[in-house]
Write a protein that binds this ligand. Structure first.
Ligand SMILES: *Cc1c(COP(=O)(O)O)cnc(C)c1O
Length: 359
């Protein structure tokens, strides 16, 4: 069976060496040495100021909203993984959608301006499939209207924009290190910020709001990453170059073979380094998608309808927030299998099957 992705697992002996260390130390969680080491290595890898590891990307989002004091309304995109929106609603923040650009799949800055009111406190854009948003325009809107920006950069490990890590943008960028992402810590995520004060707060927030033995100045939560997860991250970080290289090669084959017959995501021209972690294709309608999906499934290949459904159709969103562009893309998009270890012969079967079905 071939799924849309396959969790990368590092050399078992190397992982065991870390496990031995954890057993020797007897320290399994609560800001252990491996979590600290991974934070340090990620700061160097991304060339950013602060990386604060947490238990998952969803908690990274929720901690970001709390630190920045977002309480009422935030503008976000309807085309994302559900956690972008559910994390807002779970914190009693009302999401107002701005519809997407149907070519880039990212939030459209013009549509942000259309739904702005003086009650809006923040913008939560997503760099969908690692494709950078129109950062300059979003920064301009946020500065003019005194809004916080929290980028959901869950898909952006290794992505650079104008020669710098994309995680440098916004008040806070968050990233997910879930097992399905290109770099992972089994479960995990991080907040990234240039602001040391925000970084300190994030460290307290992930540990119940505790500052030190005598002070609990914040209403925090438990979002700690443990040592076994950090060990996984440390192992995979050693292998990341070959993982990225492999994805790039497969991605380019897909593009060469399918780029002329299916619509692909339009990438931001300021993208200076991409991670090639997803290969989304857009069909002309949902029937064509289903036809291709069925043919692939019959060959034991299971691409994913990513992202479906469009988030404006969630039961906890008012029905008057209807986003036609997001719904249209959502109904027609499929992410093809792309991961380390996907063989050329499987790739060939996938491409041949798709070509045959859409002819
Ligand atoms: C994976 C993902 C998340 C959630 O991250 P978890 O680590 O699974 O909690 C949030 N937003 C987007 C866009 C994602 O793809």
């Amino acid at each position: 069976m071939i799924y849309v992705t396959k969790t990368y697992l590092p050399n078992k002996e190397k992982y065991k060496t870390y496990v031995d260390k954890i057993f020797e130390n007897g320290w399994v969680t609560n800001n252990g040495v491996l979590v600290q080491e991974l934070e340090k290595r990620l700061v160097e890898y991304f060339k950013v100021k602060n990386v604060i590891l947490v238990a998952n990307g969803t908690l990274a989002l929720q901690i970001a909203y709390q630190i920045l004091n977002i309480r009422n309304i935030a503008i976000t995109t309807p085309f994302s993984f559900v956690a972008t929106v559910s994390s807002l609603v779970a914190n009693r923040i009302k999401p107002i959608f701005a519809d997407i650009n149907p070519k880039t799949f990212n939030i459209e800055p013009k549509n942000i301006e259309k739904v702005l009111t003086h009650e809006v406190e923040a913008i939560v854009p997503v760099h969908v499939f690692g494709n950078p948003c129109e950062i300059d325009k979003i920064e301009k809107i946020s500065r003019k209207n005194n809004l916080k920006v929290i980028y959901d950069a869950s898909h952006c490990f290794g992505v650079e924009y104008q020669g710098k890590s994309i995680l440098k943008y916004g008040d806070i960028s968050i990233i997910s290190f879930h097992a399905t992402k290109i770099f992972h810590t089994i479960e995990g995520g991080a907040l990234v910020t240039n602001n040391d004060e925000i970084a300190d707060k994030a460290k307290y927030f992930r540990n119940f709001g505790i500052k030190n033995e005598e002070e609990i100045p914040y209403l925090g939560i438990n979002a700690k990453m443990n040592e076994f997860e950090a060990a996984m991250g440390l192992c995979i970080l050693d292998d990341i170059d070959i993982i990225l290289e492999n994805n790039k090669r497969l991605w380019n084959i897909y593009k060469q073979e399918l780029g002329n017959i299916l619509e692909l995501q339009e990438l931001n021209p300021n993208l200076s380094k991409f991670n090639y972690s997803y290969f989304p294709v857009l069909f002309k309608d949902e029937d064509q998608l289903r036809k291709v999906q069925k043919a692939l499934n019959e060959r034991h290949i299971f691409p994913r309808r990513y992202f479906f459904p469009s988030l404006d159709s969630l039961i906890y969103i008012e029905p008057q927030q209807h986003m036609p562009l997001s719904r249209s893309v959502s109904q027609r998009i499929l992410c093809l299998p792309l991961f380390y270890g996907l063989s050329d012969s499987w790739l060939d079967i996938i491409i041949t099957t798709i070509k045959k079905e859409i002819r």
